[in-house]
Design a protein around this ligand. Structure first.
Ligand code: GRF
Length: 223
């Protein structure tokens, strides 16, 4: 994915707090992840996560649908900034905009998304409450390749936490959050080592087809 010996060039799109972005910044600073954070894009100028990017001297672009010139398409603006930054990999990390098929296809196999559920369960929003309402015994997080189908692309990795008696959405989210952070680091590390790729619609890990998502729950517990 990145040329051998070179850090993985990673661009991150956010809309909110950016705790996952912060986790990446820290892992890079501590020498745990061989990445170069080349660009952070947000659709919101007030996204708190932008402060993490600026503090780490990562180039930041705010591309808000409200600020575009008449006739300028949001996806074209995002695509142009991404192309200029030459990322090996693009991460959607709590990015609350839906990208159109042309942009997604331009980055086929080079764009991943984090989602707080065990996909294909609970695509979309409010995943914690929906897991509780469904009586799920486990809830979790996924990292998947992005396709034009929302939260529907091939899943690479997952990790889960138990749903406990008396849980509410806030408690469940707090339990999952650190696991999701570690899952992201572990997944990006697979890319830095050139171990994972998308072959048509099949995820390949170490050149073998993944028939189901790689479950890192136990590996992350002991890491
Ligand atoms: C994460 O839970 C991610 O799975 C979802 O949005 C959240 C982003 O959190 N897509 P943060 O902005 O990184 O704190």
């Amino acid at each position: 994915m990145s040329p051998p010996g070179q850090p993985l060039r990673l661009a991150v799109l956010i809309s909110g707090t950016g705790s996952n972005l912060k986790t990446l910044i820290d892992a890079r600073a501590e020498g745990r992840l061989d990445i170069d954070l080349v660009l952070v894009i947000s659709n919101r100028a007030d996204a708190p996560g932008l402060a993490h990017a600026r503090a780490a001297n990562i180039p930041v672009e705010v591309i808000s649908p409200h600020d575009l010139a008449p006739g300028q398409l949001e996806d074209e603006a995002v695509g142009a900034r991404l192309e200029a930054a030459r990322p090996d990999l693009v991460l959607l990390s709590g990015y609350m905009r839906i990208l159109g098929a042309p942009l997604v296809e331009a980055f086929h196999g080079r764009m991943i998304n984090q989602h707080p559920s065990l996909l294909p369960r609970h695509k979309g929003l409010d995943t914690y409450q929906r897991a509780l309402d469904a009586g799920d015994r486990n809830h979790g997080a996924s990292v998947h390749f992005v396709t034009a189908e929302l939260d529907g692309g091939p899943v690479i990795t997952q990790a889960s936490v138990p749903v406990l008696p008396g849980d509410n959405a806030t408690r469940l989210a707090a339990r999952l959050r650190p696991v999701e952070h570690r899952l992201l680091i572990a997944t990006v590390e697979l890319f830095t080592r050139g171990r994972v790729r998308l072959d048509s619609d099949t995820v390949r890990l170490d050149d073998k087809a993944l028939n189901q998502p790689l479950d890192l729950t136990d590996a992350l517990r002991s890491s």
